[in-house]
Design a binder for this molecule. Structure first.
Ligand SMILES: CC/C=C\C=C\CC(=O)SCCNC(=O)CCNC(=O)[C@H](O)C(C)(C)COP(=O)(O)OP(=O)(O)OC[C@H]1O[C@@H](n2cnc3c(N)ncnc32)[C@H](O)[C@@H]1OP(=O)(O)O
Length: 302
């Protein structure tokens, strides 16, 4: 039974070791303990982890300004933080939120997917897979407190949570908008969406690259609650308390039962998925689409 509850994801240790090496190579400290909570509060450059009330819940704040794009450095730091929390038996739940105003996460970092070499694309995609697997199969209760815009990879990250709370703001749009960039959401992005909002709604949302405003996101089931911006965190903690009232072993086994088949589809073909990504993203036509999209983002500023 313990084996079933504690599902491990292969290659995690390797990825984390890689991250530590990368950080060390950059000559900066990996972790800084801080504040009165001593060892329980820790931070990397891009992820702040604070213990919440009663110490059973941690709040992870994404801090990769300006838009919390999921760069390789960010992903590796996030995975190390998550592993620390998973390994600390005191923690039963994590609220994931953003430290950047108006943006939860802008999704995958386009600069990691444009103008690089195949080896880099492969390393990056492996880290993206790892993020999804670790979050999707986490034994912790995960609540996404989505306090801003949440496109593409940001939406994928939120979809791995057990509950999503979205701030009621015109900036807080959420969805898998990959087609707008001329790229295609991989099957495991699609599976995660289908498991959340169903097949027909996903088909429409994915083809049109829809970014749902709060009321529509709630209606389609992409998020569970929409609340005023200043209540996102308190709502997340109150929902968390409800989920923590369930015995961990029963909840964890149920979560695994619901999610394992979806995760296994990727686990069984991780290497092929990496190769598909590398050949897709390396195509001249895809690189051109990304270039145009990046230029549009820059022009938007005027
Ligand atoms: C085979 C399948 C392969 C891939 C799957 C990919 C999934 C993805 O996640 S692709 C990424 C999709 N993301 C988006 O479409 C979001 C793009 N960004 C935005 O729409 C906006 O930036 C915003 C998130 C709504 C925030 O808007 P705002 O606050 O007005 O900031 P900006 O001025 O737009 O951006 C500031 C700065 O950040 C850069 N940037 C924005 N998004 C990304 C990103 N995803 N990756 C890298 N960089 C990003 C933007 O270009 C600006 O850069 P400057 O250098 O300051 O101009």
């Amino acid at each position: 039974m313990a084996l079933a509850v504690r599902m491990r994801v292969p290659c995690r240790a390797l990825l984390c070791a890689g991250a530590q090496l990368r950080g060390a190579a950059l000559g900066r400290p990996e972790w800084a303990a801080g504040g009165g909570d001593g060892a329980r509060r820790f931070a990397s450059l891009r992820v702040l982890v604070e213990p919440g009330a009663e110490g059973r819940v941690a709040v992870m704040k994404l801090k990769n300004p300006p838009v919390n794009s999921l760069s390789l450095d960010f992903l590796t730091e996030f995975l190390i933080s998550l592993e620390k929390l998973e390994n600390d038996k005191a923690f039963r739940g994590v609220v994931i939120t953003s430290d950047c105003p108006n943006v939860f996460s802008a999704g995958l970092d386009l600069r990691e997917m444009y103008g690089r070499n195949p080896g880099h694309y492969a390393e990056y995609w492996k880290a993206v897979q790892e993020l999804w697997l670790r979050l999707y199969l986490s034994n912790l209760v995960l609540v996404a407190a989505i306090n801003g815009s949440c496109p593409a990879g940001g939406c994928l990250m939120a979809l791995t949570s057990d509950v999503r709370i979205l701030s009621d703001s015109p900036k807080s749009v959420i969805g898998l908008n990959e087609t707008l960039l001329g790229i295609v959401a991989p099957f495991w992005f699609k599976d995660t969406l289908v498991n959340t909002i169903g097949h027909r709604a996903s088909e429409r949302a994915l083809q049109l690259g829809l970014l749902f405003p709060p009321a529509e996101a709630l209606q389609v089931g992409l998020v569970d609650h929409v609340v005023p911006e200043d209540q996102v965190q308190s709502m997340a903690l109150s929902v968390m308390a409800h989920w923590l009232a369930i015995p961990d072993h029963a909840r964890q086994l149920t979560k695994a039962m619901m999610r394992k088949a979806t995760a296994d589809r990727l686990i069984k073909q991780r290497e092929a998925d990496i190769q598909n990504f590398v050949s897709f993203i390396s195509r001249d036509s895809i690189q051109k689409s990304l270039q145009i999209y990046l230029e549009k983002l820059k022009q938007k500023k005027g």
